[in-house]
Design a protein around this ligand. Structure first.
Ligand SMILES: [Zn+2]
Length: 257
């Protein structure tokens, strides 16, 4: 598997070879430009494709071929949309995992408590979800994740261990913050794109077509359309003989500290 460490070794050797070719065999200078371009391309893939496991292993699906899926919801809690989603999940007796943003938990602590009271898991999705989070130092990232965990501890009495990177972006600094903070990174294998979906029917059709063994679905409980289609989606999940499982029941995980 392509990892950050292996990529650095391969490109280190390629750079040494290019230097030899440039100085001793008069290869053109653009060979260095080509190397830089390829290196940037691979790094970009590692940062933005969470399933690559490029910087560190990230849980993105369940092992095996059992007809079970996991539902995950990011970016809440939201005072207008999260309640409806909680009610639909309860109707279907489905347990999900909510990756919440600390500042929103601070504004809506009752919804965060409600998630836990109704048997769902809650995870850390940073305190700020800052637009420049991915460019921060690992210390600043860690402080932000800790701030979210402090809010969680004040609200439900537990610190969170499950973590989903803001914007799903991984990088070496975030890896360091995750390891130092003792977090378990959780990705997804099916991105619903509910943040962009406009047409309810098309959206539901796409979701229904995506049901497959072991998939972890990424939704946003902050999006209205998610609550609009969730009931029909869960009916289809059941009709197809699938079960919605809690992440800590399907995998040996310790979600809280
Ligand atoms: Zn997010």
């Amino acid at each position: 598997m392509l990892t950050f460490g292996r990529t650095n070794i391969i490109f280190g050797l390629a750079l040494a070879l290019s230097i030899v070719l440039y100085f001793f065999y008069s290869f053109p200078f653009w060979i260095f430009g080509l190397l830089l371009f390829l290196y940037s391309l691979i790094l970009f893939y590692g940062c933005y494709y969470i399933r690559s496991g490029f910087f560190m292993p990230v849980i993105c699906s369940l092992p095996g071929k059992n007809k079970q899926i996991v539902l995950s919801f990011d970016d809440g809690p939201h005072p207008e949309t999260t309640g409806r989603i909680l009610d639909i999940l309860e109707k279907h007796k489905a347990k999900a995992v909510f990756f919440c943003i600390g500042k929103k938990v601070k504004d809506n602590p009752y919804l965060f408590k409600e998630m836990v009271n109704r048997g769902h898991l809650v995870g850390n999705h940073s305190f700020s979800h800052d637009a420049y989070f991915d460019f921060w130092s690992w210390k600043r990232m860690m402080a932000d994740l800790k701030q979210m965990n402090d809010v969680s501890e004040n609200t439900i009495g537990s610190k969170l261990r499950l973590f989903r990177p803001p914007y799903g972006v991984m990088n070496p600094n975030l890896k360091k913050a995750i390891l130092r903070g003792g977090f378990v990174p959780i990705g997804w294998s099916m991105r619903s794109f509910d943040t962009r979906a406009k047409d309810k029917d098309k959206f539901l059709k796409k979701l229904n077509q995506s049901i497959a063994p072991g998939r972890i679905f990424l939704f946003h409980d902050s999006m209205e359309i998610t609550g609009v289609v969730l009931d029909d989606f869960l009916k289809e999940v059941k009709n197809r003989g699938y079960a919605v499982v809690a992440l800590d029941k399907a995998l040996p995980l310790q979600p809280y500290a």
